[in-house]
Design a protein around this ligand. Structure first.
Ligand code: 3HC
Length: 388
């Protein structure tokens, strides 16, 4: 298959690498050769690491030979599949989809790796609305197994099936949303984790290190919430929550993230965010073993969001858990963790925070119903899952 990736930043170059590893011919387009050459270096570096660890058996040189680069959209003229992975700027995505629609064969599917913008809004700029779809990868794409597949209200069943098949062929696991929602499953939940982490710190309940230590040492997540935000890019995190909030999501109040963004401390990529990363490279953040932060409180708002997604028939508990395990390397699914910590404990935390004037924490209907039915998780043998 001939694949085009537009944008060669953090996600774009990783996606191109994944496609080339799977044997596809890949063209990468970006605005300058400086950016493209940097992407080439990063792909080489990553392929060498995978080769040394025997994750791939083909040589990095042979894989790189399938990747070509350009600063012109003309290379789209013979592609089968296009994937856009540029920053979350709506006007930029609009322009790119208009170009691609003009240049690419009428049969080509055009996917977007947007983190949160509704796919229908992007599809509307093309004359092939049925062939536009969301294909959301996770950072770093060569390591993370998940791809969220998000059909818009216009996407045809054929486009969905082809995208699901391509996802499987490149060794990834697709989770298909039934209906698109801003932020999809992954980022709606991620943003709620960020929101609660931020509230705990800004209200003085806990420190950044307390929250991150509890996330890593008590919840056993691979990264703390602030650490993961630095890894994703604080500008990206703020962009995602703005898209979700501006399209009807509950407000996110978090001035410390906005302060970091306005002082250009964007996380790993700028060498400094909530933590420091010399040379702009990720290093595991040193954290204290002990922490006063409560894991049930940290995940409470995210579980509320998960319950909202279930209640609105967008995905089920298993699909949410697949997203968190394969997209964020959680050792267990979020809803499973909620069952283990107790749905009653999650709801108590939500109600306590709601009483402090935080309307976003009002437990959703499904959670209230679960409590009234006594479905409080593992202890009750029923929560989001059944236990025997
Ligand atoms: N290519 C190849 N190998 C890579 C790599 C890459 N891009 N990045 C890291 N690795 C390798 C390292 O070389 C290392 O190999 P080793 O074990 O042989 O030394 C191994 O992966 C582990 O890396 P590190 O030692 O640097 O650090 P960690 O053990 O902490 O693992 C991690 C890094 C896999 C990123 C892990 O911390 C993790 O899973 N973090 C969570 C990531 C996550 O949640 N991603 C999703 C973000 S949200 C998103 O992308 C959506 C978007 O819309 C915002």
């Amino acid at each position: 298959m001939r694949i085009l990736v537009v944008g060669s930043g953090t996600m774009g170059h990783g996606i191109a690498e994944v496609m080339a590893i799977a044997g596809h011919e890949v063209k990468v387009v970006d605005i300058s050769w400086d950016i493209l050459n940097r992407a080439k270096e990063k792909m080489n570096e990553s392929l060498n690491r995978l080769y040394e660890k025997k994750v791939i058996s083909e040589s990095p040189e042979a894989i790189m030979a399938r990747i070509s680069m350009s600063t012109s959209y003309d290379v789209a003229s013979d592609i089968d599949f296009g994937i856009e992975a540029v920053p979350e700027i709506f006007e930029l995505k609009k322009k790119i989809f208009q170009y691609l629609d003009e240049k690419a064969p009428k049969t080509a599917i055009l996917a977007t790796n947007t983190s949160s913008i509704p796919i229908s809004e992007i599809a509307e700029f093309t004359n092939r609305k049925d062939k536009v779809i969301g294909m959301h990868f996770f950072n770093p794409p060569p390591l993370m197994k998940l791809v969220e597949v998000i059909p818009s209200k216009y996407t045809s069943e054929e486009t969905i099936n082809e995208t699901v098949e391509l996802t499987k062929r490149v060794g990834k696991v697709p989770v298909r949303l039934k209906i698109e929602v801003p932020g999809f499953v992954s980022n709606r939940i991620f943003i709620r984790l960020v929101q609660e982490a931020c509230r705990e710190v800004e209200s003085g309940e806990a420190s950044i290190q307390d929250v991150d230590s509890a996330a890593r040492n008590k919840l056993k997540l691979p990264m703390g919430i602030f650490e993961l935000s630095d890894y994703v890019g604080l500008d990206v995190v703020v962009d995602i929550w703005k898209v979700i909030v501006s399209r009807g999501g509950t407000d996110v109040k978090c001035s410390s993230f906005e302060k970091k963004v306005s002082s250009k401390e964007l996380g790993v990529k700028t060498g400094k965010g909530f933590y420091s990363y010399p040379g702009g490279r990720y290093v595991k953040v040193p954290l204290p073993e002990d922490s006063k932060a409560d894991p049930a409180r940290i995940i409470s708002l995210a579980v509320n969001e998960g319950a909202w997604l279930i209640e609105n028939n967008i995905v089920n508990a298993e699909e949410i858990d697949t997203v968190m395990k394969l997209g964020f390397n959680f050792p267990k699914g979020l809803m499973q963790i909620a069952d283990e910590l107790g749905v009653d404990s999650i709801v108590k935390n939500l109600e306590d925070i709601e009483k402090k004037g935080e309307k976003a924490y009002s437990p959703v209907k499904l959670l209230r119903e679960m409590i009234s039915r006594g479905e409080t998780g593992v202890n009750a043998k029923k929560g989001f899952y059944r236990y025997t």
